[in-house]
Design a protein around this ligand. Structure first.
Ligand SMILES: Cc1cc2nc3c(=O)[nH]c(=O)nc-3n(C[C@H](O)[C@H](O)[C@H](O)COP(=O)(O)OP(=O)(O)OC[C@H]3O[C@@H](n4cnc5c(N)ncnc54)[C@H](O)[C@@H]3O)c2cc1C
Length: 390
């Protein structure tokens, strides 16, 4: 039997849950569908913590989005009493302008430039000052730091749960454990076929994360890759050094290469280990084929290459490990675009490893695009930047 909706949101992770909430706030008849039961650990939105920062070294277009997102997190917290955002500051450590990351040649340099051009409060620290303030970071003499006090840590699972709950309380329908199989034109709208039925909608928003390339096909599948990442939590023998009051979230570019990259978090309430992770761009993994087990060899190598000589008091005793997925574009910028000429389907891939912090503002933007015919798409996120669709 077919049901109808104004808008169907496919995928209820970081971006989809925010989009559904914003649609419900507008009084739109919206249905959100997810193949799993969000928040879950199969996609890109799990692992206890995400970094947020205002000086977005990835590019100036992201600054208003993250500023709006910080407002929304605080609104959601005051509405629900939940803690979503802990403003404990962030330190980026690197030599000179840093190494390449997220599409920027020197990520530390591009972050500092954005902070300066947007008047974002920050401090620049030399290695002696870093050692004095943060003795847990064993920096080299040539390294320097960028400290941003307004940055901090978000709780991804809680953010998704809160937004889905609020969306439902405003009348949105949430259907979980249901997989969307296809999207086809139907009159001036869209027919959504799932493994459990059919929905007729005026508009569909695809926020399927690592499954978006497979679902959208065409140009998107050609310009994205899915990358397996690992997250590791280690015991520390000096827990006082990693208390959130003494330890900010950190990004450490400890060499000139893309892979000389470590980021991590202090001992957050409810966690028993220091979380540390790297970034890898190894291949084009399909989300359903990814190896979800972190091997002992991966743990050993990550510890030796990235942690042993850098994080004082962090032992090699593993507390927990997880895998997580990046959906990556060649320039590390998002994709937000119409899929069909008639605007009935909007696709959003807001990842490339840096999308969570922007997700509530992105949800607001997608809800606007779906409901206001005159709303403008952000040119920086257009698919056409990769050339014409083949
Ligand atoms: C290890 C790691 C660390 C990161 N660190 C940061 C960070 O510190 N700061 C930051 O800002 N960003 C970070 N990111 C990026 C950020 O987490 C992602 O950009 C964001 O979570 C992506 O959300 P999404 O909604 O696009 O995808 P997801 O949250 O994965 O949601 C997609 C949803 O679609 C559903 N779905 C897929 N196919 C279908 C279908 N056919 N039918 C129904 N449902 C479907 C899936 O089940 C899933 O729930 C990190 C990402 C990873 C993996």
């Amino acid at each position: 039997m077919s049901v109808t909706a104004d808008v169907v949101v496919v995928g209820l992770g970081a971006v989809g849950s925010a989009t559904l909430h914003r649609l419900a706030m507008r009084g739109v008849r919206a249905i959100g569908i997810d193949r799993f039961h969000p928040p879950h650990d199969r996609g890109s939105t799990h692992g206890d913590s995400r970094i947020t920062r205002l000086a977005i070294g990835e590019g100036a277009a992201y600054v208003p989005m993250v500023q709006r997102s910080h407002e929304i997190w605080r609104e959601l917290e005051s509405q629900t009493g939940e803690t979503l955002f802990q403003q404990i500051g962030m330190l980026i450590i690197a030599e000179g302008d840093g190494a390449p990351s997220h599409g920027q040649a020197g990520f530390l340099g591009s972050t500092i430039a954005i902070a300066q051009s947007h008047d974002i409060p920050h401090e620049l620290l030399d290695s002696a000052e870093i050692r004095h303030r943060y003795p847990q970071f064993q920096v080299r003499d040539a390294e320097r730091g960028y400290f941003e006090p307004s940055a901090g840590v978000l709780s991804p699972e809680r953010c998704v749960a809160v937004q889905l709950r609020l969306a439902q309380s405003l009348g949105a329908t949430v259907r979980t454990g249901e997989t969307v199989l296809s999207i086809t034109p139907s009159g001036s709208g869209v027919a959504v076929e799932t493994d459990q039925g059919r929905i007729e909608a005026a508009r569909v928003i695809l926020t399927a994360g690592a499954w978006l390339p497979g679902l959208a096909g065409g140009h998107i599948s050609r310009v994205t890759s899915v990358e397996r990442q690992t997250l590791l939590w280690f015991e520390t023998d000096e827990p006082e050094l990693y208390h959130p009051a003494r330890c900010p979230v950190f990004i450490w570019q400890h060499g000139p290469r893309l892979e000389d990259y470590l980021y991590g978090f202090p001992l957050l309430p409810g966690t028993s280990g220091v979380k540390a992770a790297t970034e890898r761009y190894a291949g084009h993994t399909h989300p359903d084929e990814i190896d979800r087990v972190v091997s002992e060899e991966e743990v050993r190598t990550t510890y030796q290459l990235h942690i042993a000589s850098k994080l004082r008091g962090v032992s090699d005793r593993l507390v927990k490990a997880a895998t997580c997925l990046y959906t990556v574009t060649p320039d590390a910028h998002f994709i937000v675009d119409r899929l069909w000429e008639n605007d009935a389907v909007i696709a959003a891939s807001a990842c490339s490893g840096h999308g969570f912090k922007h997700s509530p503002a992105m949800g607001e933007h997608l809800a606007t695009l779906a409901t206001e015919p005159a709303a403008a798409y952000e040119p920086a996120f257009a698919l056409s930047r990769f050339g014409a669709a083949a």
